[in-house]
Design a binder for this molecule. Structure first.
Ligand code: ATP
Length: 256
């Protein structure tokens, strides 16, 4: 097992509210890990702490950057720094430029990985290495046929694929997905699950997701973390977590 992301006593208070309460956890590169919990459980806050959008009020989060075997503290760093270290986040924070094509969006993501200040001339510049990297991501995500489509004309399913492709474009070691199947119909949901599983098999990227659809969670996850009132109340395989009494009570209202 290789730990790629870990937290130690991670805590975030908003005034008196403990949104993330003393969470210590290691995420392993071999697993697709889902983070679940009722509304307000602290999932988004936890993601914000991992990705540098929020600083913890106590504790620490660490990441193993790509091509490194040392853990680096992410807490206290800016989101762009955390991203450059190898953690990418897709969804909720919608960073697709609707008026640009899929390819153009991917070129921007790739260029912004290298330079914090985006030089828009570089997006249009003939750069064979950049084109090759973009083509690779288009192929991995099955977006070749819509590469030249302006994003506002994409189907909902393809638009969400673009958000994953943008996350992949920065060469991450870990990708955090925010509810990848939200708003999707059954067919789109199935395709999204297949895509994440394929990417997980084909790459050495570690995928972590939050998701409300329990069928998706149980189908895709090797491991599930359950948050409730900011606290990590369960951590295990889908079978272990579903058998956990506290999870049933907190998350499923004690349903058999
Ligand atoms: N910026 C903030 N200021 C004050 N309270 C906040 C802030 N952000 C989140 N909270 C509170 O922290 C708690 C955890 O919220 P969070 O959004 O992390 O939960 P969540 O599990 O992502 O919920 P959901 O599934 O509804 O998105 C909630 O009680 C929320 O109201």
């Amino acid at each position: 097992m290789t730990t790629v992301l870990e937290t130690e006593g991670l805590e975030r208070r908003f005034g008196k509210l403990l949104a993330v309460d003393d969470v210590t956890v290691s995420i392993e590169s071999e697993d697709i890990t889902s983070i679940i919990g009722p509304n307000g459980a602290g999932k988004t806050t936890f993601y914000n702490l991992l990705s540098g959008r929020l600083d913890p009020t106590d504790g620490v989060a660490r990441l193993q950057p790509r091509d490194s075997d040392e853990m680096v503290t992410v807490s206290g760093r800016e989101p762009y720094e955390v991203n450059r270290l190898g953690l990418s986040r897709a969804f909720q924070i919608n960073n697709v430029f609707d008026g640009l094509t899929v390819s153009e969006n991917l070129r921007i993501a790739r260029i912004s990985k290298n330079d914090r200040t985006l030089d828009l001339r570089a997006v249009a510049r003939d750069d064979p290495a950049l084109t090759e990297q973009v083509n690779e991501v288009l192929e991995m995500t099955g977006l070749q046929s819509v590469a030249d489509t302006v994003c506002e004309n994409l189907s909902h399913g393809d638009k969400r694929k673009v958000e994953i492709a943008l996350a992949l474009g920065t060469d991450p070691s870990v990708v955090l997905l925010d509810e990848p199947t939200a708003g999707m119909n059954a067919t789109e949901t199935e395709k999204m699950v297949e895509l994440v599983e394929d990417l997980d098999n084909q790459t050495d990227i570690t995928f972590v997701l939050t998701e409300h659809d329990m069928d998706v969670v149980l189908g895709i996850s090797d491991r599930i973390l359950v948050l409730d009132n900011g606290e990590l109340i369960a951590d295990g395989t889908p079978d272990e977590v579903m058998a956990n009494e506290r999870v049933r009570e907190a998350y499923l209202g004690g349903e058999p």
